[in-house]
Design a protein around this ligand. Sequence first.
Ligand code: AMP
Length: 114
Amino acid sequence: MPECLFCKIAAKQIPSSILYEDDKVVAFQDVSPQAPLHALIVPRKHIPGTLELAEADNALLGHMVQVANRLAREKGVAERGFRLVMNTNAEAGQSVFHMHMHVLGGRPMGWPPG
Ligand code: AMP
């Protein structure tokens, strides 16, 4: 999608602090971190949000969780605990309509989320 922020980041047309990339996903630091580790995992394929996931995307979603686990281990938060978040639509706070997974860790987190 030509005007999509995360498509542009994945294509390196907009700079970001990339933590991991492969042929399916790019992971980079959130520009406004809410925890010591705050990464975003973004599929290279443009999918607006979780509601647009097709059955054929199930492996992609599983891969995103594997990448999240890898980042959590690399950043030393896997055993302490970390949180994966995917916001869908307005009341959940989705602001970028290219599906992404937040990986948050490195501090205690409350529940329920705000
Ligand atoms: P969400 O509100 O769930 O859609 O999450 C979007 C996230 O993208 C927010 O946490 C923003 O801080 C983050 N964000 C927005 N623009 C950028 C950018 N240029 N680079 C990195 N993260 C960004």
